[in-house]
Design a protein around this ligand. Structure first.
Ligand code: HEC
Length: 142
């Protein structure tokens, strides 16, 4: 009896470990996660460019929405049906969301920590000096 209990316990623990890893199968052609609505996203987003343009991005729902708007303004993406657009954004945010905080791009390195710029022009050096004095704001100094 104890052996059976142990086997059951092991099975439950293994299932939990599997769930925690969330192994989502990938489409062999596009590399996209085969999750709800993935084909809808493939049909709209893998026409003009490779899936890698968006698979390597991580963004929140709001940021994926602005990617789509940017695509429509500058990439030639057509106007989408509201329902379709919602589904595309949901798929992207769920499967390619920011996840843990260390998944975001790192903050820009402070100008004071950067090596000297070998291609610096006079104008560039003047601007960098102003940044050091705090006359011009750089994102890292904000
Ligand atoms: C009609 C063509 C077209 C369609 C459809 C399209 N894109 Fe794009 N996409 C482009 C073009 C063109 C660029 C490059 C724009 C630029 O760099 O100015 C681009 C660039 C991108 C980038 C930036 C990649 C990078 O690394 O800079 C992302 C992200 C992206 N597209 C996501 C999407 C998503 C998500 C969809 C589906 C909703 C989509 N695209 C559908 C034309 C398209």
């Amino acid at each position: 009896m104890p052996t059976i209990r142990l086997i059951c316990l092991t099975a439950v623990l293994n299932l939990n470990a599997f769930a925690a890893e969330q192994v989502v199968p990938l489409d062999p052609t596009t590399g996209m996660k085969i999750a709800p609505d993935w084909e809808l996203v493939r049909n709209h987003c893998v026409i003009c460019h490779s899936s890698q343009t968006f698979l390597r991005q991580r963004a929140t729902e709001a940021n994926w929405t602005s990617v789509l708007e940017w695509m429509q303004k500058h990439g030639g993406l057509w106007k989408l049906d509201a329902e379709v657009e919602k589904k595309i954004i949901k798929y992207l945010a769920i499967n390619y969301g920011p996840g843990s905080a260390d998944n975001y791009r790192r903050a820009q390195i402070s100008a004071t920590l950067m090596p000297p710029n070998p291609y610096a022009t006079e104008a560039r050096l003047k601007a960098e000096a102003k940044k050091k004095q705090g006359i011009i704001q750089s994102p890292a100094n904000k």
